[in-house]
Design a protein. Structure first.
Length: 130
């Protein structure tokens, strides 16, 4: 990029043309698999990366990242399975493991901010004096 900065960004429906292009042309070149167990669930996260080979011009785009998540939640006598696939784009190259760590740390920060706001609003709602 001209500023010397790099980016990683989630690819969502508001960029539907680029998203469709990425989905149609994604060919994994490297894969990182992580499995976490705890709190009554098993989470499997597969991070795959490839160089962008699509038809659309996007400033600085070098790498496409696909994150496939599967969460198994153990409830009494059955297991509930949730799956999700998300795509990210980046202006630099790195290993699948590095991208997995960067994306995971981003969501850790987002979740802490959201949790903090939720707790603050609960405190405010209980602090009324009557």
């Amino acid at each position: 990029m001209d500023s010397g900065n790099d980016y990683i960004g989630a690819l969502k429906g508001n960029q539907s043309g680029l998203l469709k292009d990425v989905e149609a042309n994604f060919q994994p070149e490297q894969i990182d698999l992580q499995i976490n167990k705890g709190h009554g669930r098993i989470e499997k996260r597969t991070v795959s990366i490839c160089k962008y080979q699509g038809q659309r011009d996007w400033p600085g785009l070098e790498t496409v990242i696909r994150v496939q998540s599967e969460r198994q939640i153990i409830k009494q006598n059955f297991i509930e399975v949730e799956t999700e696939t998300r795509y990210y784009i980046a202006s630099f190259t790195a290993t699948a493991d590095t991208f997995a760590q960067k994306i995971r740390s981003y969501w850790d920060v987002e979740n802490k901010v959201h949790y903090g706001r939720r707790c603050d609003s609960r405190r405010r709602s209980f602090s009324h004096s009557y």
